[in-house]
Write a protein of this length. Structure first.
Length: 132
């Protein structure tokens, strides 16, 4: 039987690789309001891809308006990006006082937003759902 942590780590790696591959596709499709709304959920370190010292990522809510993604932590903007008509998104995640790093993924037809952020020896999985 496979170790559940290994399965999660493998899925996380596949998702992050897929995110890198779809980045070009995300730029080719038009920005769309199709996925507008508020998405809430959790962010967590990716087991097997993150150093044990990696803490939580302060990303539990994303707002999408006219295809533009935004997230805030207090007065600090943490996410800025866009969503295409196919549900792919391309954004930057901003750590306080740092340059933006790639945050990519997709939104499913049932309103599930999944993506990944990598920085140094840390990788995070973001799993949010559209609120009613």
């Amino acid at each position: 039987m496979r170790n559940p942590a290994d399965i999660i780590a493998r899925r996380a790696a596949i998702m992050l690789i897929a995110g890198a591959l779809i980045a070009g596709a995300a730029r080719a499709e038009p920005i769309s309001a199709r996925y507008d709304g508020v998405y809430m959920g959790e962010s967590r370190p990716a087991p097997g891809l993150s150093d044990p010292s990696c803490g939580a990522l302060a990303l539990t809510r994303i707002d999408i308006d006219n295809g533009m993604m935004r997230a805030w932590s207090g007065e600090h903007q943490t996410v800025k990006g866009f969503v295409t008509s196919d549900g792919f998104f391309n954004a930057d995640y901003y750590f306080p006082g740092a340059q933006g790093i790639v945050f990519e993924g997709m939104i499913s037809e049932d309103g599930r937003l999944t993506g990944g952020v990598m920085r140094g020896r840390c990788a995070w999985l973001i799993d949010l759902a559209k609120t009613p």
